[in-house]
Design a binder for this molecule. Structure first.
Ligand code: AHG
Ligand code: MN
Ligand code: MN
Length: 286
């Protein structure tokens, strides 16, 4: 496992360099999920692949940018990654990230053993979730990550990141979000789940929601590369991560690019989500 984390540190340094120096433009292709790719999506994917395939303990890798996995002869870990999350924010110079889920025996929620994400912002930070959740920061002189502190969520937060197209929200979802704002929550949403979830984690609480919408009942965010890794991080930090009804880590994935509605936060907000969705579950059946 340590060898995988070391490889991710090297990947982060290289992707950060690419973000600073390479073209921010689009390419003429879409990924498997139908998202328009930018050149940096492709470059970042190649950087991750190059490093991870050299790690002995890795058996297989699958990327948000690849249709199918690459399997090796040796190794025990399965790594699913989003090489550049929030890539549509590259050309407006907002923070972006990379996400890695480290699995054993396949890619279901219960098989995730560790998760790592990197935020490329004014500073580069890396959050590693194993038994505990730890924050590291890149020292630009030595190109190494230095430990900063352990991260824990409180029972209740003050900020809210409500994703998805509002015109397509279910009415009961809109009412729940409105009520949270009326309770005093403040809007914190950039359109990149890495910086949005990083902010809630560092401010020690709040809610990030990417719900089912009337046009996309399974939401947008992908289980293997985005949802399971952050669910693992939030749960290890003392928070909760649900699909509206169940713990996200109890879910299976139907295919590598399968998506799910998802909510990450501290206990108070997730409790409200669970109560609201339970009361309105018939409405989601269309
Ligand atoms: P990616 O750049 O890897 O495709 O992911 C973008 C994701 C996520 O970071 C963010 O929370 C969400 O898409 C935002 O989507 P909308 O712009 O559709 O709200
Ligand atoms: Mn993403
Ligand atoms: Mn991506």
């Amino acid at each position: 496992m340590t060898d995988i984390i070391k490889a991710i540190e090297n990947i982060a340094v290289e992707i950060y360099e690419a973000i600073k120096t390479k073209d921010t433009g689009k390419v003429d292709s879409c990924n498997v999920s139908g998202d328009v790719q930018v050149k940096l999506d492709v470059i970042s994917d190649e950087i991750v692949e190059k490093h991870l395939l050299k790690v002995k303990s890795i058996k297989e890798i699958i990327s948000e940018e690849k249709e199918t996995p690459i399997t090796k002869e040796e190794g025990e870990y399965f790594v699913a990654y989003d090489p550049l999350d929030g890539s549509s924010l590259i050309d407006v110079d907002l923070s972006v990230g990379s996400i890695f889920g480290i699995y054993k025996d396949g890619y279901n929620g219960k098989n995730i053993k560790a998760s790592v994400y990197v935020v490329y912002g004014p500073r580069v930070e890396m959050v590693v979730a194993r038994d505990v959740v730890e924050l590291f920061r890149l020292n630009e002189n030595t190109k190494t990550f230095e430990f900063v502190k352990e991260l824990k969520l409180k029972e209740k937060g003050k900020i809210l990141g409500p994703g998805g197209t509002q015109a397509k929200w279910f009415d009961f979802h809109k009412k729940m979000i409105d009520e949270l704002f009326m309770e005093g929550y403040r809007l914190r949403y950039s359109g990149g789940m890495v910086p949005d979830l990083h902010q809630i984690l560092l401010k020690e609480g709040g809610l990030f929601a990417y719900p089912a919408t009337t046009d996309k009942l399974k939401g947008k965010l992908r289980k293997l590369f985005e949802v399971f890794p952050f669910a693992y991080t939030y749960k290890k930090a003392g928070g909760e991560a649900v699909d509206g009804f169940k713990d996200l880590l109890t879910l299976k994935a139907d295919g590598y690019h399968d998506t799910t509605p998802c909510f990450f936060g501290s206990r108070y907000e997730i409790d409200k989500v669970l109560k609201t969705y339970e009361k309105n579950k018939e409405k989601l059946k269309g």
